[in-house]
Design a protein around this ligand. Structure first.
Ligand code: UDP
Ligand code: MG
Length: 309
């Protein structure tokens, strides 16, 4: 029988991770056993198409503390995490990726920090083992999120984080569609700490985030948490109008003083530029309207197929 309320719940989202599951199970349980606290591990199968589910079932059969939640299809990492969090019973909840880029052995460090009185402890990868492009991309996204949430974290993208039960319960009340756990947790507020964690290259399986998906996720995140881009458009529109006004003053002056001016080319250039700006603005507004459309449907964020426990 699984214990009713373990001290620690570890949530792992799994999407086609057959290559890493055995090693993940081994290292995760070894690290938690060594820590000596009661625990449960909740693996969320996010619609894997490989042998992941088969492996998860096997480990569950051997070990009741290893719980498995299967989602109906692949909803994405964030819905998978939320599904996992909704099933946790522990006093502390830890999220970690399946690919062992984060070290399960760092979990005790996070828990001990939480116990100093924090509500959320975020790992940060000082020596990150990802490509340069990926690194720069993450850094810029991190900068923008820090500006928007006003909850500066060195590494929002770090998948190793720990939360106090109360914070997790608050997250469970959210109903909006675009949810990113660390951002939402920062929104809830509370005392936040960071601890340095180790990072490894992904040695098995492959990253689920190509450059296109990264850009898409970043855009989704940005328009999901802020209307700043719309305000920016309004502001720049104002700026353009001011420039246009100044230019017409100049045209009037040149005309009065020097006679006629032919500047068709520059006018065409300006026209294309403004038309482009307009289209970007319209597209962005459509994005927000699309979001409203999605929100009013009030569909669930994920659907659980079944649970092994
Ligand atoms: N993941 C998921 N659903 C998805 C994509 C990813 O559950 O649609 C999981 C994946 O199995 C892994 C974690 O999210 O445990 C992070 O994925 P990945 O390692 O590919 O991301 P990266 O480290 O490249 O950011
Ligand atoms: Mg990874």
């Amino acid at each position: 029988m699984a214990e009713q309320s373990p001290e620690i719940s570890v949530v792992v989202p799994i999407y086609n991770e057959e290559a890493t599951i055995p090693e993940l199970y081994r290292r995760l349980t070894a690290a938690l056993e060594a820590f000596g606290r009661s625990y449960e591990i909740i693996a969320i199968d996010d619609g894997s198409k490989d042998r992941s589910v088969h492996l998860l079932r096997e480990y569950h059969a051997q070990d009741p503390r290893f719980r498995v939640v299967r989602l109906m299809r692949n909803y994405g990492q964030s819905p998978a995490l939320y599904a996992g969090f909704s099933r946790t019973r522990g006093q502390y909840v830890v999220m970690i990726d399946a690919d062992l880029q984060n070290f399960p052995e760092d979990i005790p460090k996070l828990i001990e920090k939480l116990e100093e009185g924090y509500d959320m402890v975020s790992g940060f990868r000082k020596d990150r083992k990802d490509g340069l492009m990926r690194h720069l991309f993450s850094r810029s996204i991190n900068y923008v999120i820090n500006r928007i949430t006003r909850q500066p974290l060195s590494d929002y993208g770090c998948a190793l984080k720990a939360f106090r039960r109360e914070l997790v319960d608050h997250l469970g009340t959210f109903t909006h569609r675009c949810r990113y756990l660390p951002v939402d947790a920062a929104w809830v507020g509370g005392a936040v700490a960071e601890v340095e964690v180790r990072h490894a290259e992904r040695t098995q399986g492959e990253s689920k985030y190509g450059i296109l998906k990264l850009v898409q996720t970043a855009f989704d995140l940005l328009t999901g948490i802020t209307v700043a881009p719309l305000q920016f458009i309004g502001l720049s529109g104002f700026g353009f109008a001011a420039i246009g006004f100044a230019m017409s003053l100049r045209v009037a002056y040149v005309r009065l003083v020097h006679g006629d001016v032919h500047q068709l080319e520059s006018i065409i250039a300006i026209f294309f530029f403004l038309a482009g700006m307009q289209m970007v603005a319209t597209g962005l507004m459509c994005e927000y309207i699309g979001r409203l459309y999605v929100e009013v449907q009030r569909k669930p964020y994920y659907i659980i197929r079944d649970e092994l426990e």
